[in-house]
Design a protein around this ligand. Structure first.
Ligand code: HEC
Ligand code: HEC
Ligand code: HEC
Ligand code: HEC
Length: 541
C-alpha cells in the first residue's frame, strides 16, 4: 500500500521533468508514451441524495455543469464554519448526479489558480495547486477549461507546462490564442466535442479571451487575435460536426448595467447560434438564473456567471423534445450538505489528490523554501536586529498576559493544524502556517516545528513583533511604542479613541480576515477582544 502510493506520487513528477526536456525538442508523443500509466482507482460511490430542487426534475438528457473563477481554492474557503466550496464537495455533487444516472458535460471558464499567496506570501504554491486542480477536474470528467487573468498572472507558458503539456484532459480551449500552434503545440485548442455516454445530445464547446481580458493579461508569450473572428471560425467547425448545443466560454465580464457594450452580451447578439455563454463574474456571488438574450428568430443565448472561489456550480439541464431542446437552470451552492458522508473518504478520488498535495508540500519542504524578509521594526530603529524569542520568555514579567494567552485559542493554533485531517499535514503548508504561528516569512521567525519549536502557535510576538531588543532593555520606551502601537493615551478624544480601535480592528483582521473568520463581521473586535484582553493590573505598575 505504502509502496504503490509512493510510486504514484514520484513518477508523475519525474514525467514532468522528462517531458519539459523532450517538448523543447518538439513533440510530446514520446513523453506520453514514457509516462507510467497510473492504476485506475477502484470505483468509489458518494451515496448522497439529489438536492430537492433537482429530484423534482425529470432526468435531463444532458446536463451542462458550469464552473469558473476558482482562484486557487482547492479546499473550502476559509477557517470558520460554515465553509463553502472546495473540490471535494464539487466532486461529490457531480458524482451524486452521475449516481442518479445523469449524463454530464462539465466545463470551466478558467481563473483556476490563485494569482497571489495569502497574507503577502509569495505565490510559491500557485502552479502546484493549479496542477492538482486540473487533476481533480479530470477525475470529475471535465470536457474543457479556458484561460483567464489568473492563469496569465502565473504566465500561460508555466501553466500549460505544469499540466496540459503532459495531459490532454481536460482540454484547454482558447480559440483566439494566435500563436498556440507555434508556442504551445498540442496544448491549446479551438473547439472540443462532448457527448457523455447515454446522452443523445452532442455538445460543441469553444472559448475565447475577450479584448479587455486579453489586453490586461500582458503575457510575455501568448498573443491573442480578434475574438469575433475566432468565434465565427469555431462555430463553423462545430456546425460541420453537427453538434446539438454550442457552448462558449467567454473570458470577459458583464460590467455594471448589462448593456450591449458588455463583451459577452455583444458576442451573444452577434452569434445567435450560441446556446450558452459562461462568462466572468465581477461579483463574489452569482445571479440565481442566466441572463437570457432573446434573438429575433426566437432563439435564446443563456449567459451564465458563477461568482468567485468555486463556491457554486451552475447546472443546466437539457431535454430533447420533438419541438426542440428545452433548458432548465439550477444554481447549486457547495455547502456542508456536500461533505463526504462518514466513512466515505477511503478511495475518494479528490481527497486522495488533496492528501498527495499535502505530502508534496511536506516532501519538498515548502516551509523551508518560503523566503524570509526583514521585519519593519529593523527599519524603524536603524542598526537594530530584533529577533523572535518565543512566548516562554515573556512569562516571568508578564504573568497575567501570559495566563490569558495560554487560555486562548492562539496558544494552540499550530496544534490545530497538526491535528487537522482532510487533508492532513496542514502544519507543513505555508498557506496555513502563515496565520497559525509566530513570524513566519520574517527573518528568525517560524520555519518548522523542529527548527523553531518556540514559535509554534500564535504567540505574543505574532502581535507585538520580535522582542529580543525589549528583553535587553525592558525599560526602553522606543521598543514599548513599537511593540504596542495600539496603546490608549491617558486622555483621548472620541475621535482618537475611534481611530485607535479601527487600527486595532484592522490589525486583528490581517489574520481574522473575511475568508478565515466569517464570525468577525458585526463587531468582531468588540466580541473577541474581551476574550483575549490582557491589561497589566494597576498594582503591578
Ligand atoms: C524582564 C522582564 C520582562 C520581560 C522578560 C518581558 N518584558 Fe515586556 N515589559 C517589561 C517592562 C518592565 C515593561 C514596561 C512596563 C509595562 O508596561 O508593563 C514591559 C512592557 C511591555 C509591553 C507594553 C509596552 C507599552 O508601553 O504598552 C509589551 C507589549 C511587552 N512588554 C511585551 C513583552 C513580550 C512580548 C515579552 C516576551 C517576548 C516581554 N514583554 C518580556 C518587562 C519585561
Ligand atoms: C497571526 C494571526 C492572528 C492575529 C494577528 C490575531 N489572531 Fe486571533 N486567532 C488566530 C488563529 C489562527 C486563531 C485560531 C486558533 C485555533 O483555534 O487554533 C485565532 C483565534 C482567536 C480567538 C478564539 C476564537 C474565537 O473566535 O473566539 C479569539 C478570541 C481571537 N483570535 C481574537 C483575536 C483578536 C482580538 C485579535 C487582534 C487583537 C487577534 N485575534 C489577532 C490568528 C490570529
Ligand atoms: C489569513 C489567516 C489565516 C490563514 C491563511 C489560515 N487560517 Fe486557519 N484560522 C485563522 C483564524 C483567524 C482562525 C480563527 C477563526 C475563528 O475564530 O472563527 C482560524 C481557525 C482555524 C481552525 C479552527 C476552526 C475552528 O472552528 O475551531 C482550523 C482547523 C484552521 N484555521 C485551519 C486552517 C488551514 C487548514 C489553513 C490552510 C489551508 C488555514 N487555517 C489558514 C486564520 C487563518
Ligand atoms: C492577538 C494579539 C496579541 C497577542 C497574542 C498578545 N497581545 Fe499583548 N496586546 C495586544 C494588544 C492589541 C494590546 C493593546 C491593547 C490596548 O492597549 O488596548 C496588548 C497589550 C499588551 C501589554 C500592555 C498592557 C497594558 O496594560 O497596557 C502587554 C504588557 C502585553 N500586551 C504583553 C503580551 C504578552 C506577554 C503576550 C503573550 C503572553 C501578549 N501580549 C500576547 C495584542 C496581543
Amino acid at each position: 500500500m505504502a509502496t504503490s502510493g509512493l510510486s504514484g506520487r514520484l513518477i508523475p513528477a519525474l514525467g514532468v521533468l522528462v517531458l519539459a526536456g523532450i517538448s523543447a525538442l518538439g513533440g510530446t508523443c514520446l513523453g506520453r508514451w514514457m509516462k507510467t500509466p497510473v492504476p485506475e482507482a477502484p470505483p468509489h460511490t458518494v451515496g448522497l441524495p439529489l438536492p430537492p430542487a433537482l429530484a423534482r426534475w425529470p432526468k435531463p438528457d444532458l446536463t451542462l455543469i458550469l464552473t469558473a473563477q476558482q482562484y486557487g481554492y482547492l479546499l473550502p474557503c476559509g477557517c470558520s464554519r460554515p465553509q463553502v466550496g472546495g473540490l471535494e464537495r464539487r466532486y461529490n455533487y457531480l458524482a451524486t448526479l452521475r449516481e442518479a444516472g445523469w449524463a454530464l458535460t462539465p466545463v470551466d471558464l478558467g481563473d483556476i489558480p490563485q494569482k497571489q499567496g495569502p497574507v503577502n506570501l509569495s505565490n510559491l504554491q500557485g502552479l502546484i495547486k493549479y496542477r492538482y486542480s486540473m487533476q481533480a477536474l479530470k477525475k470529475m470528467g471535465y470536457a474543457a477549461v479556458s484561460l483567464g487573468l489568473y492563469e496569465a498572472k502565473l504566465k500561460i507558458f508555466n501553466i500549460l507546462g505544469e499540466y496540459a503539456l503532459n495531459d490532454p484532459e481536460p482540454k484547454v480551449l482558447a480559440a483566439n490564442l494566435a500563436n498556440k500552434d507555434s508556442e504551445f503545440p498540442e496544448q491549446v485548442f479551438e473547439t472540443t466535442i462532448s457527448q457523455p455516454p447515454g446522452s443523445p445530445i452532442k455538445v460543441g464547446i469553444t472559448a475565447v479571451i475577450g479584448p479587455s481580458v486579453a489586453k490586461a493579461m500582458k503575457d510575455p508569450v501568448a498573443k491573442f487575435g480578434p475574438s469575433r473572428d475566432a468565434i465565427a471560425k469555431s462555430l463553423e467547425s462545430l456546425v460541420d460536426q453537427k453538434v446539438d448545443i454550442r457552448v462558449l466560454l467567454y473570458q470577459g465580464a458583464i460590467s455594471g448595467a448589462a448593456t450591449d457594450a458588455s463583451e459577452p452580451i455583444a458576442a451573444a447578439k452577434a452569434f445567435p447560434e450560441i446556446d450558452v455563454i459562461l462568462c466572468v463574474s465581477e461579483e463574489d456571488e452569482p445571479p440565481g438564473s442566466p441572463l437570457d438574450i432573446k434573438h429575433a428568430d426566437g432563439r435564446i443565448t443563456r449567459i451564465v456567471r458563477m461568482g468567485h472561489k468555486g463556491k457554486y456550480v451552475g447546472t443546466l439541464g437539457v431535454w430533447k423534445k420533438p419541438e426542440g431542446l428545452q433548458y432548465k437552470y439550477h444554481l447549486q451552492d457547495l455547502g456542508e450538505q456536500w461533505l463526504t458522508p462518514e466513512g466515505g473518504l477511503a478511495g475518494h478520488p479528490v481527497n486522495e489528490l488533496m492528501e498527495r498535495y499535502a505530502k508534496e508540500l511536506d516532501r519538498a519542504d515548502f516551509l523551508g523554501k518560503t523566503p524570509q524578509s526583514t521585519h519593519p521594526f529593523s527599519a524603524s530603529v536603524p542598526d537594530s536586529k530584533p529577533t523572535y524569542v518565543g512566548s516562554d520568555k515573556c512569562k516571568k514579567c508578564h504573568e497575567e498576559a501570559y495566563k490569558v494567552w495560554e487560555g486562548s485559542g492562539h496558544s494552540h493554533a499550530w496544534q490545530t493544524l497538526a491535528d487537522a485531517s482532510k487533508p492532513s499535514l496542514r502544519h507543513k503548508d505555508p498557506e496555513c502556517i502563515i496565520c497559525h504561528t509566530v513570524g513566519f516569512g520574517y527573518q528568525t521567525g517560524f520555519v518548522d516545528a523542529g527548527k523553531t519549536p518556540k514559535l509554534k502557535n500564535v504567540g505574543c510576538e505574532s502581535c507585538h513583533g520580535p522582542s529580543s531588543e525589549h528583553l535587553k532593555s525592558t525599560s526602553d520606551e522606543t521598543w514599548h511604542k513599537l511593540m504596542n502601537p495600539w496603546k490608549a493615551k491617558d486622555k483621548q478624544s472620541e475621535t482618537e479613541s475611534k481611530v485607535r480601535l479601527q487600527r486595532l480592528d484592522q490589525f486583528c483582521q490581517t489574520c481574522h480576515d473575511m475568508d478565515n473568520d466569517v464570525t468577525w463581521v458585526n463587531q468582531g473586535l468588540a466580541k473577541k477582544w474581551p476574550k483575549i484582553a490582557h491589561p497589566t493590573p494597576k498594582d503591578k505598575q
